[in-house]
Ligand binder design. Structure first.
Ligand SMILES: *Cc1c(COP(=O)(O)O)cnc(C)c1O
Length: 227
């Protein structure tokens, strides 16, 4: 199926999931995950109305950025090495994967040099799978409180990846837990912390994520590979 059809299908399913949860579909944004995808295919997705793209490797993002430039909002969604922050800090709208203080130190430093605060999501390892990055939920509040002291970091929300299983209830439980943390933090007044985005849900589980409160989904294969 052409990419435009995949996107129509995706939007349709997002609407369905939103309606099941009694939510406004318009509040859910799509980050098209374009890792391993050509700039030609990204251009097709732009034509079909997508404006946000997610990349998980710095080098790949930079080479695409050169071709496509500012036409789109770039989101960095993968594990981020501290020594690579300087290459992307100028070019990204949102970093989804802040998960440790050493990375916060570097982002704050680079954003300060840039004279522009960096927007980040804190990645939480809700499933506690060893293969996943992210901080554990019991460390979340102290971590966020520490981040409030960084003048060039703006925490915009949380990011989580569902567990690697076909068990829908297990996936739902993880997303539900993350949503509770999100709402709790949102209700606290912590400086520089503004819980705007709950980034959860990928091709396999975005409908569950939306039913459980996601307002940003990161979808790759369902857009670019017809899965
Ligand atoms: C690859 C990736 C996605 C997209 O996964 P799909 O299954 O292709 O939708 C979303 N989030 C992160 C962090 C990823 O690395």
């Amino acid at each position: 199926m052409p990419i435009a059809d995949n996107i129509r299908f995706l939007r349709d399913r997002i609407c369905k999931a939103a309606l099941i949860a009694n939510r406004d579909p318009g509040e859910i944004s799509v980050v098209a995950v374009s890792k391993n995808v050509s700039t030609q295919m990204i251009s097709e997705a732009i034509e079909a109305g997508i404006t946000k793209f997610g990349e998980s490797r710095v080098q790949e993002m930079l080479s695409k950025y050169k071709v496509l430039e500012k036409k789109i909002d770039w989101h960095f969604i993968g594990p981020l090495q501290t020594n690579k922050v300087k290459y992307i800090i100028n070019n990204v709208e949102l970093i989804h994967s802040l998960d440790r203080i050493s990375l916060a130190d570097e982002i704050n430093k680079r954003a300060k040099l840039n004279n522009k605060p960096a927007n980040v999501l804190v990645q939480v390892n809700v499933s506690k799978e060893a293969s996943k990055s992210g901080i554990y939920e019991e460390d979340l509040l102290p971590f966020i409180e520490t981040l409030a002291d960084y003048p060039y970091i703006r925490v915009k929300g949380l990011m989580g990846i569902g567990p690697n299983t076909t068990d829908e209830e297990a996936i739902r439980t993880c997303f539900r837990r993350l949503r509770v943390y999100f709402e709790n933090l949102r209700s606290k007044a912590i400086s520089h912390i503004d819980m705007e985005y709950l980034s959860m849900g990928m091709s396999n589980d975005y409908m569950i994520a939306i039913e459980e409160g996601a307002n940003m989904v990161r979808v790759g294969r369902a857009i670019f590979q017809n899965i």
